[in-house]
Each structure stands twice: as structure tokens, then as C-alpha cells.
Ligand binder design. Structure first.
Ligand SMILES: Cc1ncc(C[n+]2csc(CCOP(=O)(O)OP(=O)(O)O)c2C)c(N)n1
Ligand SMILES: [Mg+2]
Length: 385
């Protein structure tokens, strides 16, 4: 293979409007995600972390695709494997491990959700449910609300290849195409839904082929190429922000570890996994930095050790953080300051009547509260944004 000059290599990131600093920062985030993953798996095997979802292998596609978003302005709708997306959105390794340990200050849910069910109101990360693909209609609905209010935020929604076999997925994408919504759909195609291979999930080659069926473009990118993912994502985010509708981006990737810490790995051969590791997105991006003269092997190794020390310190701090107290168990679960009886009374106009929740009469609702909200008079596609 012909070797390219340093200038030729540099023209790639320069054309994308990135700086050397951006590249180093992306690389740092990828390595941080990998180190958090290694730490959480170790903690799981030590019996300290009950359940973890590995990210290793997906760092290139997650960090590249999330990078173009405006932090604390746009909306992130990730799925469980998206630690890298959440680090880009502004979560920290401390946040990750507060969640892993189910601590009181876990930003996602104060330890109420399962680990890896990311959420943060201030960072614009929308919490998800465990059933696969339920975030897809959420993302479409949020994008609809953004358009309806005339705002300029963009919604990024991430999911696995398995999610694309769910009805929710098709409904959400269809709705987004009809209303030209400001949403970008990212499929992290790692070729398996737990043990089910792609060939048993779909009869077409690429998930991206489905985009045109819903009226928008579907693009395939190499998920191990962080800059390729960035490039496709940046164009799609711009398109969405300009009111030109959704895009489906399929990022071909691979997970290096089992599905979760509870999975076995008998459905993939060791050779297949080893082969995929030869295209490790962190190694590939490290090679690019070396080609540009931004780092050498020694510097990459030093960076890894430095970041590992930081991650280990965050693990320690999160481990020593307070657990939620039993008295706080129902915080953020039910609305505060209102008993169930009062709530039922409020919706029936019989506050404090003392009727049991099972009583059929209390299931009546008042006329006004039973009616649905007024539908918009015009669809967003008809009104200028
Ligand atoms: C509706 C539903 N069906 C099945 C499951 C069990 N389940 C959890 S993760 C998963 C695999 C999803 O695979 P994919 O979307 O490809 O994401 P990946 O884990 O590969 O990143 C399945 C089947 C679930 N949570 N919800
Ligand atoms: Mg998958």
C-alpha cells in the first residue's frame, strides 16, 4: 500500500474542520471509555459491580457520532451500551461508577435504574427503559416537540442492530420521516443481538437500506473509523438543524466482550473476536495520531497510564460515596408531597374520601382531565421552522 505524506493525512481532519486539539481530545475520550470498561469488568469479577454492559469495540462509532452535538442544548437518547456517547455529552468517569455501584449521587437515577440506563436532565440525556427500542418513539416524540416549539435543537438517538427488528423502531423512523423531524438515527451494528446473528435478524444486507423506505437517507460507515463516523454525523446533524429532516447512519462495529457481565460467549468463536480486535478503533486512531506526528508509542502508553490512574481514583471515590438511604427509597419514584390517596382524590374530585384504590368508582375521571390535549392545527412539516 502506498504510504501517504503527513500533509495528506492532515488534510483529512482539516477538511472536517477539526483541530489537532480536537483529535487529541477525541482520542482521550475513547481511551477513557475503554479504561472505564476494563475497570467495571474487573469490579464485576471482584463482586463489587453487580451488572455491567461493556462498551469496548464501540468507542470509535460512539465518540465520533456524538462529537458534533451542541452539549447541554441538543438531546441525547442513548441505549445501554453508550458510555462513550454519555462521556461526550458531559458525564464523567465518576458519574459512570456512581451508577455502576448504585450510589445516592448516581446522576442517572440515584441508583434506581439498572446500571447503564443513562440519564441527566442538565446534560440533555434522556433516560431509557430496558425493553429494546423503546427509546425510538421517545426520540421521535422529542424531535416533534422541538419542531412544534420552533426550537433548533437536534435529537441523536443510538441503538443496536437488534433494536431495528422491533416494531417501535419502524414506527419511530416512519413518524420522523413523515414530519421531517430533527433527529439522527444511529445504528451501532455489532452483528449480534446477544447471541442472535444478523442473518437471523434481517433479510437485507444493511440496516441503512431501510432509511429510504421512510423517506430519508441511510448511510453506512465504518464504525471503527472515528473520523468517518464524525463526518457522517456532522453532516446529518447540520441537515437536521436546518430543518431538512432525519438521517439513518449505520456504523459497522463489533463488541469485544460478552453482551453483558451475565452473558456467556459461546456463540462467537475466539477467532472471530480476535479478528475484530485487529480493527480496534483506538489502535487505528492511535496510528493516525502517530502518522500526524501528534504522538508516538511512548506518549500513547503514558497517556493510557495517566488516564488509568485518574479512572482508578474515580472508581475509589465512587465506591466510597454514600449509598441511598432506605428513607429515600421512594424519592424520584412517585411525585413528592402528595400521597397516593390525595392523588386519586385530585383526579376524581374526592380528596381524602378514603376509598380503596381497587374501588371501581375511583377510576372515573373528570371530564376535562379525561380529554386529550388539543392536537396541533398544522403538522410541523406544513409550518415553517
Ligand atoms: C423488547 C425486548 N426484547 C428482548 C430483550 C432482551 N435483550 C436485551 S439486550 C438484547 C439485544 C439487543 O441487541 P442490539 O440491539 O443489537 O444491541 P447490542 O446489545 O448488540 O449493542 C436483547 C434481545 C429486551 N430487553 N427487550
Ligand atoms: Mg447488536
Amino acid at each position: 500500500m502506498a504510504t501517504r505524506t503527513k500533509e495528506q493525512a492532515a488534510s483529512r481532519y482539516q477538511k472536517l474542520g477539526l483541530s489537532e486539539q480536537d483529535l487529541l481530545s477525541m482520542h482521550r475520550t475513547m481511551v477513557t471509555a475503554r479504561l472505564c470498561d476494563e475497570a467495571q469488568f474487573r469490579l464485576n469479577r471482584q463482586g463489587k459491580a453487580p451488572f455491567v454492559v461493556p462498551v469496548s469495540g464501540h468507542e470509535g462509532c460512539q465518540i465520533g457520532s456524538a462529537w458534533p452535538y451542541r452539549k447541554s442544548h441538543d438531546v441525547f437518547v442513548p441505549y445501554y451500551r453508550d458510555m462513550g456517547v454519555c462521556l461526550v455529552a458531559g458525564m464523567t468517569p465518576r458519574d459512570v461508577f456512581l451508577g455502576v455501584f448504585g450510589k445516592r449521587d448516581d446522576p442517572s437515577s440515584s441508583g434506581r435504574q439498572m446500571p447503564a440506563h443513562w440519564g441527566s436532565r442538565c446534560l440533555g440525556i434522556v433516560t431509557g427503559s430496558s425493553p429494546i427500542a423503546t427509546q425510538i418513539p421517545h426520540a421521535a416524540g422529542i424531535a416533534y416537540a422541538i419542531t412544534y416549539r420552533g426550537e433548533d435543537a437536534v435529537v441523536g438517538c443510538w441503538f443496536g442492530d437488534g433494536a431495528t427488528s422491533e416494531g417501535d423502531w419502524h414506527e419511530g423512523l416512519n413518524f420522523s420521516g413523515i414530519h421531517r423531524l430533527p433527529v439522527v438515527w444511529y445504528c451501532e451494528n455489532n452483528m449480534y443481538a446477544i447471541s442472535v446473528p444478523l442473518s437471523k435478524q434481517m433479510a437485507v444486507k444493511d440496516v441503512a437500506e431501510r432509511g429510504p423506505a421512510y423517506g430519508f437517507e441511510g448511510i453506512v460507515v465504518d464504525g471503527n473509523d472515528v473520523l468517518g463516523c464524525y463526518e457522517a454525523s456532522r453532516a446529518a446533524v447540520e441537515r437536521a438543524r436546518e430543518g431538512r429532516g432525519p438521517t439513518l447512519i449505520e456504523m459497522k462495529t463489533y463488541r469485544f466482550h460478552p453482551h453483558t457481565s451475565d452473558d456467556d460467549r459461546t456463540y462467537r468463536s475466539r477467532e472471530e473476536v480476535e479478528e475484530a480486535k485487529r480493527k480496534d478503533p483506538i489502535v487505528l486512531f492511535g496510528n493516525y495520531l502517530k502518522e500526524l506526528g501528534l504522538a508516538d508509542d511512548g506518549e500513547l502508553e503514558r497517556l493510557r497510564s495517566e488516564l488509568k490512574e485518574q479512572v482508578d481514583a474515580e472508581v475509589e471515590a465512587a465506591w466510597n460515596a454514600s449509598d441511598p438511604s432506605p428513607e429515600e427509597a421512594l424519592n424520584h419514584v412517585f411525585s413528592q408531597g402528595e400521597s397516593n390517596e390525595q392523588r386519586v382524590g385530585r383526579t376524581t374530585g374526592r380528596a381524602g374520601s378514603g376509598e380503596a384504590p381497587g374501588d371501581a368508582s375511583i377510576l372515573e375521571t373528570t371530564g376535562s382531565e379525561a380529554s386529550p390535549a388539543e392536537p396541533p392545527s398544522e403538522s410541523p412539516s406544513e409550518s415553517p421552522r
